[in-house]
Design a protein around this ligand. Structure first.
Ligand code: ZN
Length: 330
């Protein structure tokens, strides 16, 4: 992850200049300590257990070590994720494919999960037409010469989705039934060049399948990436679906956490194929990697992960899912 698009045909120079101008005018984030996050001060109703459990999931994922595509560690992480989902009646299937990469052919496996409360036959579960997709990348970037764990990029997002799956099972099974969870393989680029030939393998493959074979396309998608770091700063890239961006900013305002979420210029991430190939209006809720010195370095470890940041982004995501499901109900 993630390269700001070069001046592509998608965006005019004027638009980009304006976005860059807006970005550079943003004031730097305050230095309040993690325990004094805005949400803690303004939203006493939030369950801080969200973050605790997502943190524990993140910690567990990191124990398997670096998990680049086709590694044993990634296979174990997928098995672990499948087992954790099953505890809360979500069933996961693997979507395996091969693709050419800058370092040769590789095998990738996405993990797709749906809610299957006990007694539901499997064919019913997979015949459902999900209204929304919630996704994160499960691989860590491949480095031949360093130990890269990718705690926030993006084990923390996988941990957050596991927590959301548990929460929905316990509190809102009707919402759970309307979602598809996707853990994308091969989001990260092989090497330094990040483009549609070197990266986003899993989301491109999934999006092509949705486009070809889903009788009804989901109405919205949410991608989480780098959502658990201390001193939280998040961006909402402009090549996300605008109605979702507007809703997210409005929700952040209502929750008293608006300062942590800014619009940015376009970014290549898993939301791009969902929007452009699958035709699912999708938002990327992304950590501002341009401000983080630990991004794509061996410092992206559990030390930079905050339970408060996780709680905040989980709450925001749950509220956004709720709004979207309501707005797409008949
Ligand atoms: Zn990355």
């Amino acid at each position: 992850m993630k390269r700001i698009h070069p001046l592509s045909s998608l965006f005019t120079l004027g638009t980009l200049s304006l976005l860059l101008l807006l970005l550079t005018q943003c004031s730097p984030k305050g230095t309040a300590s993690d325990s004094q996050s805005h949400l803690a001060q303004t939203s006493p109703s939030i369950s801080w257990e969200y973050g605790q459990r997502a943190y524990t999931h993140t910690e567990k994922i990191l124990e398997f070590g670096p998990r680049p595509p086709q590694s044993e560690a990634l296979k174990f992480v997928r098995e672990h994720t499948t087992a954790e989902l099953a505890k809360h009646q979500w069933v996961a299937v693997e979507q395996t494919f091969t693709a050419n990469t800058p370092i040769g052919q590789r095998t990738f496996t996405n993990l797709i999960a749906r809610y299957q409360p006990s007694g539901t036959p499997s064919h019913t579960t997979w015949a459902r037409k999900p209204k929304g997709v919630l996704g994160a990348h499960i691989d860590s970037k491949y480095y031949p010469d360093q130990v890269f764990l990718g705690a926030d990029d993006a084990a923390s997002a996988v941990g957050a989705i596991l927590e959301i799956a548990e929460y929905l099972h316990k509190s809102s099974p009707q919402m759970a039934k309307q979602l598809e969870l996707v853990f994308f393989d091969g989001e990260e680029a092989f090497g330094d060049v990040f483009d549609l030939r070197t990266a986003l393998f899993g989301s491109r493959h999934y999006s092509a399948l949705v486009q070809r074979s889903y009788p009804t396309k989901p109405s919205f998608g949410i991608i989480l990436d780098m959502i658990g770091h201390k001193d939280l700063s998040m961006i909402l890239p402009s090549n996300s679906a605008e109605p979702l961006v507007k809703q997210t900013l409005q929700l952040a305002k209502e929750l008293g956490i608006a300062e942590d979420y800014k619009r940015s210029g376009p970014v290549l991430d898993d939301h791009e194929p969902l929007n452009s190939i699958a035709g699912i209006p999708t938002i990327d809720i992304l950590g501002d990697f341009t401000k983080k010195s630990w991004w794509h370095t061996p410092e992206d470890t559990l030390d930079i992960i905050s339970k408060d940041s996780l709680s905040q982004n989980i709450l925001l995501t749950l509220e956004l899912i709720k709004l979207q499901l309501e707005s797409h109900s008949p």
